[in-house]
Design a protein around this ligand. Structure first.
Ligand SMILES: Cc1cc2nc3c(=O)[nH]c(=O)nc-3n(C[C@H](O)[C@H](O)[C@H](O)COP(=O)(O)OP(=O)(O)OC[C@H]3O[C@@H](n4cnc5c(N)ncnc54)[C@H](O)[C@@H]3O)c2cc1C
Ligand code: SF4
Length: 462
């Protein structure tokens, strides 16, 4: 052994000891955070309330029953008293309340504060794109508070200390019975609000597992299915009944549901996969993103060749390309219309794909799929000139320049479609956000609900 190797650990210990000793002798300091630079608008004073926590005061929590919550948010917004994180969160989760409770060591209460607005706190702790952190005022000082990660921490404590079977009680106390079609996040959220108001709720889903795209499409390496299952089991304990493997329109009709329930909510999401009608797109080896991810997530082991091209520039394209590597591909390419700066996918997803070896082709659009001997042999791409017309409308234009990328599998991650044939010729009027339609049956309320990862801030609610 070298002399230096022997001395170095002891020098390090001595240095550490000296530092600790200095800390012991220095007077304690309290940092009031965040220190915000003077020019900041006085309306964003929310986080300063954390001082109250430090002074031992009760952490401030925004709370109201489901029906009143939106009014409360609107009121706070009008008075410019809403914390940026809460205003920035699509579900208006009280992130500041969570953080304050965590700061006070009250993790279980923090978990419940989040769950009041967000039925699956831990799931969002894994996969939320955390717009709350983008507007966090702590960024003025250094980095935003890790709100999303704290969801996970609170979940872990809750799971360890509280979540034993039967730890929740049914909230149902009324006779009125509501049917919900679709056990995705939208259906679960509606169901949770309804049981909180005491209604009986039955959620119908054609899959044998509740959770919607969270279980059928979000890749396993990003979201642990056990976490989804545990949080949904809690909803069951609160009184929500699940009728799984029942496809509305096939196993039961909408009219049958209407006849046996007091209200019906349709929350079927955008659950149809989409490809583009290009030459060759019917060939075996061409997938829509949803069909491919469904097969991958549900253990059906989709067959992909060694070379895969994914079309699309969003998060779903990143999910497909990364999943294809896990299905055995040795080369995975994402081709998109956008430049690197314009990519709609989140940096974290795109960087993840890049780190795993996915190649990116920017400003290329699909022209046709080359099929040889009945199989995909490549994809012809054409160079993008522009994506929008003069008035700013989506209207991609291409030059004559083309290139051929050899591949065995093509995945289209170009959006999803509605599957609402079971509604028949029922008229429904679509607004941009929500599509309600009225019924002629007195006392029956029907509502068509779609959710997306980003819903609306209070001033833009329908
Ligand atoms: C690949 C992928 C990755 C994603 N990653 C993220 C992410 O990281 N973070 C994020 O916030 N969001 C993410 N999303 C988006 C998120 O999954 C969706 O916004 C969300 O699932 C929409 O919820 P929903 O309840 O409206 O619809 P869905 O989740 O689609 O649920 C609809 C449910 O209705 C059921 N259904 C449909 N028709 C019928 C019928 N006739 N009868 C009975 N049941 C029916 C379906 O089986 C399904 O379970 C991702 C989406 C995809 C596709
Ligand atoms: S992590 Fe997502 S769900 Fe949680 S507060 Fe932020 S935006 Fe809302």
């Amino acid at each position: 052994m070298k002399w230096d190797d022997l001395i170095r650990p002891w020098t390090s210990i001595a240095k550490g000891g000296a530092q600790s000793f200095r800390q012991l002798l220095s007077p304690p300091t309290t940092i009031f955070y965040p220190f915000e630079p003077a020019p900041l608008s006085p309306r964003w004073r929310g986080p300063l309330r954390l001082r109250g926590v430090m002074d031992g005061l009760e952490p401030p929590v925004t709370d109201a029953p489901p029906l009143e919550f939106n009014d409360l948010m609107n009121d706070l917004h009008d008075r410019q008293r809403i914390a940026p994180c809460q205003g920035g969160c699509p579900a208006n989760v009280d992130a500041r309340g969570q953080n304050a409770l965590v700061a006070a060591g009250r993790y279980i209460e923090a978990y419940n504060v989040v769950r009041r607005r967000n039925i699956l706190p831990a799931v969002l702790g894994y996969v939320c794109n955390n717009p709350c952190e983008d507007v966090c005022r702590r960024s003025y000082l250094d980095d935003p508070i890790a709100i999303r990660q704290l969801h996970r921490d609170c979940y872990e404590v809750y799971d360890r200390e509280v979540r034993y079977p039967g730890h929740l009680q049914s909230l149902v106390c009324r006779d009125e019975h509501v049917a919900i079609v679709g056990a995705g996040p939208a259906g679960l959220a509606v169901g949770y609000d309804l049981v909180q108001m005491g209604y009986r709720v039955s959620i119908y889903d054609r899959e044998r597992l509740p959770g919607g795209l969270l279980v059928t499409s979000v890749p396993l390496y990003r979201l642990d299915r056990e976490v989804v299952a545990k949080e949904i089991r809690d909803l069951e304990e609160m009184g929500i009944e699940f009728k799984l493997g029942v496809e509305v329109g096939k196993d039961v009709t909408l009219d049958e549901l209407r006849a046996t329930h007091d209200a019906v909510v349709v929350a079927v999401g955008y659950s149809g996969g989409r490809t583009l009608p290009l030459p060759g797109s019917e060939a075996p080896g061409v997938w829509s993103a949803l069909d491919f991810l469904y097969a991958y997530c549900m253990g059906k082991e989709p067959r992909v060749g060694p070379q895969v091209v994914t079309i699309g520039g969003g998060d779903v394209a990143a999910d497909c390309s990364r999943s294809s590597l896990r299905c055995g591909a040795t080369r995975s390419v994402i081709a998109m219309l956008e430049t690197e700066e314009e990519m709609p996918g989140q940096p974290i997803e795109m960087d993840g794909a890049h780190e795993e070896g996915v190649e990116f082709m920017h400003r290329w659009g699909p022209d046709s799929i080359v099929v040889e001997d009945g199989k995909v042999a490549g994809i012809k791409l054409k160079k993008v000139i522009s994506r929008f017309d003069e008035s700013g409308r989506w209207d991609p234009r291409f030059s004559d320049e083309t290139t051929m990328v050899p591949c065995d599998t093509v995945i289209f991650a170009v959006g999803q479609g509605l599957q609402i044939d079971f509604l028949g010729d029922r008229a429904w009027s679509s607004t941009r956000w929500v599509a309600p339609w009225s019924t002629r049956v007195p006392g029956t309320v029907e509502c068509l609900a779609f959710s997306s990862p980003a819903t609306w801030p209070p001033d833009r609610r329908p």
